[in-house]
Unconditional design. Structure first.
Length: 257
């Protein structure tokens, strides 16, 4: 079943076509990798899906409904969350509180309940605490829960961003360069975590990444972009042996991995 579809999507910035006539299908429960050289249009696609940018032309369909007119918070409500290329945590808050702020989105008590500290509020808070504790555990951040997020090592900040995105119970998770700045050991650990959370949360994942070992290690399908256009798509083996991809992108592998 197709969860997300881009139909003939174009995004122009003035005279620059960042994404041109893009068709893309993302099957439910799959992990799709989006790769391509710098400036190929990958992050623009994330910004279009999440409502940060408006399409110039075309449609974005999620669960059979168009979402390209929705505001970012409505896209999140529909079940799509993301992480950012440039980490966007609340750097002064603790690891725990960063996840808690996202979990608060799921509460059903009112301001009045919290002022009165009534049963509904207390039960809601207990549920929140459990959600945060579970996410800390899954992302292996429990022993850092009291640390200020800005002081976490880079790799753990990236894991915290994923934990925060998961707090909204997404159906589709968009990861923008989740392994950027990570060493090989951290990358291997991240790959394992992404596979685990995909299963545990029944997630579909769209991931942008320059680390080819991560893409080739976790993706079911890969789409290669070049100058805002689709250059190739297929499974990891097909992509690795595609001469057009090798020429435009994978030939650079030694530099980017
Ligand atoms: N808000 C914007 N205004 C003008 N041009 C933009 C804007 N956002 C992106 N672009 C341009 O669109 C093109 C695609 O950019 P995009 O960030 O999507 O590429 P990318 O594939 O994600 O690159 P990278 O791997 O470096 O992150 C680039 O030429 C970029 O300069």
């Amino acid at each position: 079943m197709t969860l997300l579809e881009l139909k003939n999507v174009t995004k122009k910035f003035g005279g620059l076509t960042a994404v041109g006539n893009m068709d893309l299908k993302l099957e439910k429960d799959s992990i799709l990798g989006l790769i391509g050289p710098n400036g190929a249009g990958k992050t623009t696609i994330f910004n279009l899906i999440t409502g940060i940018y408006r399409v110039t032309e075309g449609d974005i369909i999620f669960e059979n409904k168009p979402i390209n007119h929705l505001e970012p918070f409505q896209v999140a409500d529909a079940g799509i969350t993301r992480t950012f290329q440039n980490i966007r945590l609340f750097k002064e808050l603790s690891t725990y509180d960063n996840i808690l702020t996202a979990c608060h989105y799921n509460t059903n008590y009112t301001i009045m309940d919290s002022v009165l500290r009534n049963k509904k509020y207390r039960e809601g808070e207990k549920k929140l605490h459990k959600q945060v504790t579970d996410l800390l555990d899954i992302m292996e951040l429990t022993d850092r829960k009291d640390l200020v997020a800005g002081n976490l090592p880079y790799g753990l900040q990236r894991r915290l961003e994923i934990a925060r995105a998961l707090a909204l119970h997404p159906k589709l998770l968009l990861l923008d360069e989740p392994a950027a700045g990570m060493n090989p050991d951290e990358t291997i650990k991240l790959m394992k975590l992404i596979k685990e959370v995909r299963k545990q949360f029944d997630l579909t994942v769209l991931v942008i990444e320059h680390h080819m070992d991560l893409i080739m290690g976790i993706c079911d399908q890969v789409v290669v972009l070049n100058f805002g256009k689709k250059l190739a798509e297929g499974n990891t083996q097909e992509i690795q042996s595609n001469p057009k991809v090798i020429e435009a992108y994978l030939g650079e592998e030694e530099i980017i991995c």
